[in-house]
Design a protein around this ligand. Structure first.
Ligand SMILES: CC(C)(COP(=O)(O)OP(=O)(O)OC[C@H]1O[C@@H](n2cnc3c(N)ncnc32)[C@H](O)[C@@H]1OP(=O)(O)O)[C@@H](O)C(=O)NCCC(=O)NCCS
Length: 173
């Protein structure tokens, strides 16, 4: 069974190797600040804990909780970010939730399960309607969203890359 564990100052085994793999991200998932190489693991985790509490955030950022997806064997197979609310930028692109599964673990249904679990977390946070965005070319991510009940709002050029980019809502009420 997969578990979503909120980031804390106590890292799960193998987290550093996982974060190095995530690097600067992929296909619309923005990577992590740890990829800069300028932060210790402790400092990186401190930033995650602060964001979850809405402390010391960069200008224009909203509170967000980072979760590690941990499989039965205790391995970190993915990560997910849940933003507690939207701002104008996230409404255009990014939405409430972003996720990443390490390449070797893909194709096992992990992202589908991660999003399902995250919808429970979103509901507990008081979010009524979850926005998800994905490049239309990102077949796997689009499937993950649709399998979790995503309803297409529109397809618009991505504000930064100009590539077709879809916005989906999932109603939690
Ligand atoms: C998108 C991503 C999270 C999917 O992770 P995953 O754990 O492999 O996803 P799942 O195993 O839950 O698969 C979801 C669906 O996508 C399909 N799928 C997986 N890889 C695919 C591919 N390369 N092309 C087409 N469909 C694919 C699966 O078959 C499954 O659909 P099905 O149940 O109808 O068969 C992963 O590819 C990833 O981390 N990509 C980089 C980051 C990213 O794109 N994040 C999303 C943007 S925020």
């Amino acid at each position: 069974m997969l578990q979503l564990v909120p980031a804390s100052l106590d890292p799960p085994p193998g987290l550093e190797a996982f974060l190095r793999e995530v690097g600067h991200g992929e296909s619309g998932f923005g990577g992590t600040e740890y990829a800069s190489g300028k932060l210790s693991l402790h400092d990186y985790l401190t930033i995650q804990v602060n964001y979850s509490a809405g402390r010391n955030m960069a200008a224009g950022h909203v509170p967000a909780t980072t979760f590690w997806a941990i499989d039965d064997g205790g391995e970190v197979v993915g990560m997910l970010r849940l933003r507690h609310h939207l701002n104008d930028a996230l409404l255009r692109s990014g939405g409430h939730i972003g996720y990443y599964v390490r390449p070797a673990a893909r194709g096992n249904g992990f992202a589908t399960e991660m999003l399902r679990l995250a919808l429970g977390e979103a509901r507990a946070t008081g979010i009524k309607r979850v926005l998800l965005t994905a490049y239309t070319s990102n077949d796997a991510s689009v499937r993950v969203i649709v399998k979790n009940g995503g309803v297409l709002e529109d397809v618009v050029p991505h504000p930064e890359t100009g590539e077709p980019h879809a916005r989906y809502w999932i109603d939690l009420s």
